[in-house]
Design a protein around this ligand. Structure first.
Ligand SMILES: [Zn+2]
Length: 276
């Protein structure tokens, strides 16, 4: 199956967001950190599946270069994040450049609704969006804005389908949702970075891909069981990382977080993650 890594620009966050520090004051520690990460890719993914094109996350938009795009009253947007996105880097133009039609995108699976994943929603008015119930609920309204979502930029027509997880053959994840008739694309809950965060499993012959969103900022941090510095519940995030470890230990899996500079290379070379 053909998979494309689409880099929709760059993001930089505080070093302590990538690798959390402390316990109670963890999220404050992140905001007050004076050091920034290097520029990191904002990946989304396109799978040319026989049942229709599947897109995972929609990346960021060039509107972020407008200084008034982000709410000034929000400490995270004022202190904690920087973006660089050119218009031609948005997911829509990039899919067209691959020779694919946006109208042929059947499903868009959202790992979560933070702006660097949901910025490109408007490119897919004809597609069916899949999101976890909790993620969608937590993103809406003023409370959603306080949590760091930007629901004011969701398109008017945005009415995602809520994914119904059931117990089944999802390995260490136990619960999940099988999207395709071929039973090769699965959506599994991976709470942590956000309480409603989910990931996507693609089983392609003898290799499995895990499109992991922001379960960690890179492969090494997942291997080290390191939780990021913005997860509201570090225990839950740690449990998800444990599940990923157990899943990977029984099934050779290419681990693909959204902001790992090595994700594209691992996907193209089909390099599974080794946990010793
Ligand atoms: Zn992200």
């Amino acid at each position: 199956m053909k998979i494309h890594a689409i880099e929709t620009g760059l993001v930089s966050v505080k070093s302590r967001q990538r690798k959390g520090v402390g316990s109670v004051g963890r999220r404050i520690n992140t905001l007050l950190d004076k050091t920034w990460t290097e520029w990191l890719p904002i990946y989304c993914w396109v799978i040319e599946h026989p049942e229709g094109i599947i897109v995972i996350d929609t990346g960021e938009t060039a509107r972020t270069s407008n200084p008034s795009h982000f709410p000034k009253w929000h400490p995270y947007f004022r202190l904690g994040v920087q973006m660089q996105v050119e218009p031609e880097q948005e997911v829509g133009p990039q899919i067209k450049k691959l020779g694919l039609s946006l109208n042929d995108v059947r499903w868009v699976i959202m790992t979560h609704l933070h702006t660097d994943h949901a910025g490109g929603l408007s490119h897919f008015p004809e597609s069916e969006f899949l999101i976890s119930r909790q993620e969608y609920a937590l993103s809406l309204g003023l409370k959603g804005k306080i949590r760091g979502y930007l629901p004011n930029y969701f398109p008017k027509w945005f009415e995602p389908r809520i994914v119904g997880y059931t117990v089944g053959e999802y390995g260490a994840f136990r619960m999940g949702y099988t999207l395709t008739k071929a039973e090769d694309v699965l959506v599994v809950p991976t709470p942590g970075h956000t309480p409603g965060h989910q990931s996507v499993i693609l089983r392609d012959g003898n290799i499995t891909y895990l499109f992991a969103g922001d379960t960690s900022y890179n492969e090494q941090l997942m291997i080290d069981r390191s939780v990021d510095g913005v997860s509201p519940n570090t225990n839950l995030a740690g449990q998800t990382i444990d599940r990923i470890h157990r899943f990977i230990s029984v099934e050779p899996t290419v681990y693909l977080p959204s902001h790992d500079p090595m994700s594209k290379e691992r996907m193209m070379q089909r390099i599974p993650t080794m946990i010793s």
